[in-house]
Design a protein around this ligand. Structure first.
Ligand SMILES: Cc1ncc(COP(=O)(O)O)c(C=O)c1O
Ligand SMILES: [Zn+2]
Length: 411
């Protein structure tokens, strides 16, 4: 489909396609940071039976995206497995395993579409305020496109994701205050014409609207994997709600186009409680909820989510579940031991949310549930409690001793 314009996801006000660098001015006057969404010429709606088998990437769905497959900056993103796993809470639990993406997180869907657009629009520099998964994806796709990438981060951010960003040749700079990243970026976007893939002003409305289109493919792949049935629930960890909103948009399109017949209830697994508390009100903006200590789920550890996340939840009769470290780490261990899937702590929050809703009887035994495993466990190994590996001598008696002593395993 051909993109024709942008429109406010809250009030519907129309904007030209070039307005990617702002939130809705009308909603801003109401104190709401509302993102803009891509509007297409839908005179001929895409046909699910005409979906090509190739490429085996999310660009198979190019008919529903703002660019053609031939324009894609691709590293082979999307088309990830939908794995059935056992669950005490429901008979049909599937994991959409996004750890298999090229940079080991679902952010590749956003980065591939956003950077492809940047290239086709002639942008010279990719910029992001994320030094996490979104930054790693932006840096890698910028490298693939041969474009420089500037990553503004804050003091104290470190770990495998920063290494991944630097390995891709991106220029990482640190700001003393978290908020300064947005001040610098919004000025650089305005003055130098840099192309931002992440939020770059605050309070944030969300990430680049073109990039968010990439997340619609999660919904298409889930529906196709379930033989064009929609699950009862889709559960995912949420920060600014880009993927949550993209998921809603994808399911909404499929329903309008006659690809599917329903809409799943979306569940946001969060750590601050920002969305949970907003859902008990009619407020359009989620509040900032400050906590004394940080969360083990660093990728989703922000005090305030976005209006777009709230809209996606309200439109799907959705739920937000706030989770603590113990629940998240417990779910991470259960998933790794029970299903062989090692995910980032933030991703494990989705599984902790399913447990909470299963115990409460909200998710019922007969329900079909899809959990999105957003990133690989190797992205934040620091979050997993680790003990030294016991040693063993080169003889079978000592092997027996070591297994028995340390693991309670009898040979
Ligand atoms: C592993 C992981 N899961 C979930 C999220 C939430 O992303 P969103 O901003 O789309 O809500 C992030 C965001 O950084 C992430 O890195
Ligand atoms: Zn608006």
């Amino acid at each position: 489909m051909k993109p024709t314009s942008l429109s406010c996801i809250r009030c519907g006000r129309s904007y030209p396609l070039e307005s990617l660098d702002r939130a809705c001015g009308v909603c801003e006057r109401d104190g709401v940071a509302a993102n803009l969404g891509v509007v297409y010429d839908e005179s001929a709606s895409p046909d699910r039976d005409a979906l090509p088998a190739a490429p085996r990437t999310l660009w198979r769905f190019a008919d529903t995206l703002p660019l053609e497959a031939g324009q894609a900056i691709s590293l082979g993103e999307g088309m990830t497995p939908l794995l059935p796993i056992a669950s005490p809470w429901c008979e049909a639990l599937f994991v959409k395993d996004e750890t298999r993406n090229p940079t080991w997180s679902f952010k590749d869907r956003l980065a591939s579409v956003a950077v492809s657009w940047a290239v086709s629009a002639g942008a010279g520099v990719i910029a992001t305020s994320s030094s996490g998964n979104a930054g790693a994806a932006a840096a890698s796709y910028a490298a693939r496109a041969g474009l420089p990438c500037v990553v503004l981060t804050f003091k104290g951010a470190a770990g495998p994701m920063v290494e991944q960003i630097r390995a891709a040749g991106a220029m990482v700079l640190e700001c003393a205050e978290k908020e300064d990243r947005w001040h610098i970026l919004s000025r650089a976007v305005e003055k130098f014409g840099w192309f931002p893939t992440s939020p770059f002003f605050g309070p944030t409305a969300g990430s680049n609207s073109i990039g968010i289109e990439g997340y619609k493919t999660l919904a298409y792949e889930i529906a196709e994997g379930l033989d064009w049935c929609v699950p009862d629930w889709c559960v995912l960890p949420v920060c600014y709600g880009d993927a949550l909103f993209g998921l809603w948009k994808g399911f909404d399109e499929m329903r309008r186009w006659g690809w599917t017949g329903g809409m799943p209830r979306l569940v946001a697994a969060e750590v601050s409680g920002s969305l949970s508390s907003a859902l008990s009100t009619d407020d359009p903006m989620p509040p900032a909820v400050d906590r004394d200590a940080g969360s083990v789920a660093t990728s989703i550890d922000i005090p305030r989510s976005t209006a777009q996340a709230l809209i996606a939840l309200r439109r799907t009769d959705g739920i937000a579940v706030a989770l603590d470290d113990a629940a998240i780490l417990g779910a991470r261990e259960t998933l790794a031991r029970g299903a062989g899937l090692f995910v980032e702590a933030s991703s494990a929050a989705a599984f902790a949310a399913i447990e909470r809703l299963g115990v409460a009887g909200t998710i019922r035994r007969g329900d079909t549930v899809v959990a999105i495993a957003t990133a690989s466990g190797l992205k934040d190994v620091g979050a997993a409690p680790s003990a030294p590996v016991p040693s063993v001598k080169a003889d079978l008696d000592d092997l027996r001793r070591a297994l028995g002593e340390h693991y309670g395993f009898d040979v």
